[in-house]
Design a protein around this ligand. Structure first.
Ligand code: NAD
Length: 474
């Protein structure tokens, strides 16, 4: 059971009159309550973030880094407690929740290192004049994080913002509020000044429409669907604010004719069902050279069928439920549509007949071009496998959607690697591996998958502005 999850504003925890229930997706039972912010709370958060920014932006970068590293150390020490609350509210296997906590800590640790390396430059100039380029923290940030990684998604945004010297008001997902709560607790214990990190929850549209236009807020960051991302980008544009957008994907995987089909099939199926497939980089559209189609599909299917589905708190569980009933309905509808149009359903496809939002590992093969799921991101444990006759055809399919977040390739040919690197439209391309991003690499999309990058040396850019100083020496 989780307790009451409160807002965190100006360094104080705050309950509210109105609350929302928090459900365990494995049981559909209420496991806690969540405070719902009203306008007065949001107003207080803006005031707190403005004051937090005044203090934090003038704090030495090395001191900022030390606070971030202390908080990360506390979260590492609290790994088990945090992981259990993530599994209760999100459903993922406890082993995956433990890894998520470590990943979140790695984001903080990397960005702490970047805080002290936000170098500017001196531009060569004529005698008597100096041009100095500085990277300054942009100001208070409004950020919005989704439910698929309750701790590591907010961690990315909080890490970038506060490492750069900004304050932040973050609204994490109402379905999964505790991951971010543990972050706030660790930072409070690590000595972060009040008002630098503020948490609010409530009605998502009400909060974004309140915060984004406010002049005190200087930058926006969002992870979620492309539809909501476009709406928030419009709100930000009206107020001329930079907006970091990590949006949907529909990741293609090309298995070229020289790859090892069995090893690739096994690796792909293992990765596909991680977090019940609810990952924006989840490998989903498999385009397999026709000569390898059969062994690849058989290896994939064997793994998919072997996955133990259950409550994430059970240590034997390999895949938990999906996050909510919306996802179950969407997955069932996409599967039925594909089958009706002639695809072969090789496993799964229907919700499990038990309590909880359970949808099994599902594989569809030989899909016609008209199947909705070839264009719509399923965001769940659903894989689609089609044969292709050539690399040209595979790359054509890979690039055919308006998305471009993650893409994957399997090959043993240097020439094929080169073509994949040149021709695939994606912010993150992984070849012979299914790891799409780590703390030290930049992550983000092209086309409608988003704007800007999180992580890597690029990760702090969104939270800074460039100031050029021209100095005339008398
Ligand atoms: P959604 O876009 O409605 O919600 C995603 C997040 O955005 C949630 O936390 C929600 O609270 C928030 N949100 C929704 N409307 C908002 C608004 N007006 N202002 C501020 N925040 C708002 O999608 P969903 O149904 O919860 O999830 C399904 C889709 O979301 C998937 O198809 C997937 O594309 C996308 N998604 C992407 C990621 C990612 O990592 N890129 C993560 C989670 C979900």
């Amino acid at each position: 059971m989780l307790s009451e999850v409160q807002l965190f504003i100006g360094g104080e925890w705050r309950g509210t009159r109105e609350t929302l229930p928090i459900l365990n997706p494995a049981t559909e039972k209420v496991i806690g309550t969540l405070a719902v912010a009203e306008a007065a709370d949001l107003e207080d958060a803006i005031t707190a973030a403005s004051e937090g920014f005044r203090i934090w932006s003038r704090t030495a970068p090395a001191q900022r880094a030390a606070v971030i590293l202390r908080a990360a150390q506390l979260m590492r020490a609290r790994q088990e407690e945090i992981a259990r609350s993530i599994t209760l509210e999100n459903g993922k296997p406890i082993s995956e929740a433990r890894l998520e906590v470590i990943r979140g800590c790695e984001f903080f640790e990397w960005d702490a290192g970047e805080a002290v390396r936000l170098y500017g430059r001196v531009i060569p100039s004529a005698p008597g004049i100096r041009y100095v380029v500085m990277h300054e923290p942009v100001g208070p940030v409004a950020a919005f994080a989704p439910w698929n990684f309750p701790m590591s998604q907010p961690a990315r945004k909080i890490a970038g913002a506060i490492a750069a010297g900004c304050s932040i008001i973050i609204k994490a997902a109402e379905e999964t509020p505790t991951g971010v709560t543990h972050i706030a607790r660790a930072f409070a214990d690590a000595g972060l000044p009040k008002g630098v990190l503020n948490l609010v929850f409530g009605v998502p549209a009400t909060i974004s429409e309140y915060l984004i236009p406010r002049p005190e807020i200087r930058a926006i960051a969002f992870t979620g669907s492309t539809a909501v991302g476009k709406h928030l980008t419009e709100l930000a544009a009206r107020a001329m604010k930079p907006a970091l957008m990590e949006l949907g994907g529909h990741a293609p995987v090309i298995v070229a004719e020289d790859a090892d089909p069995v090893a690739a099939g096994l690796a792909c199926a293992t990765r596909k069902y991680r977090n019940s497939g609810q990952v924006c980089t989840s490998p989903t559209r498999f385009f397999v050279h026709e000569s390898l189609y059969r062994p690849f599909t058989e290896a994939f299917l064997e793994k998919a069928r072997s996955i133990r589905v259950g409550d994430g708190m059970d240590p034997d569980t390999q895949m938990g439920p999906v996050a909510n009933h919306r996802r179950v309905d969407a997955l069932e509808a996409l599967t039925a549509d594909a089958e009706a149009k002639g695809a072969r359903l090789l496993c799964g496809g229907k919700r499990l007949n038990r309590e909880g939002y359970f949808f099994p590992p599902t594989v569809l093969a030989d899909l016609p071009d008209e199947a909705d799921v070839l264009k719509t991101e399923p965001f769940g444990p659903l894989a689609i496998i089609n044969p292709v006759g050539s690399l040209d055809e595979a790359i054509g399919y890979a690039n055919s959607l308006p998305y471009g977040l993650a893409a994957y390739g399997f090959t043993n040919s240097a020439a094929t690697v080169d073509r994949m690197m040149q021709e695939i439209e994606a912010g993150n391309l992984s070849i012979n591996t299914l790891e799409a991003s780590v703390a030290e690499t930049p992550f983000g999309g092209v086309k409608e998958s988003g704007l800007g990058r999180e992580g890597g040396a690029e990760g702090l850019h969104h939270y800074t502005v460039v100031k050029n100083v021209s100095l005339k020496i008398a």
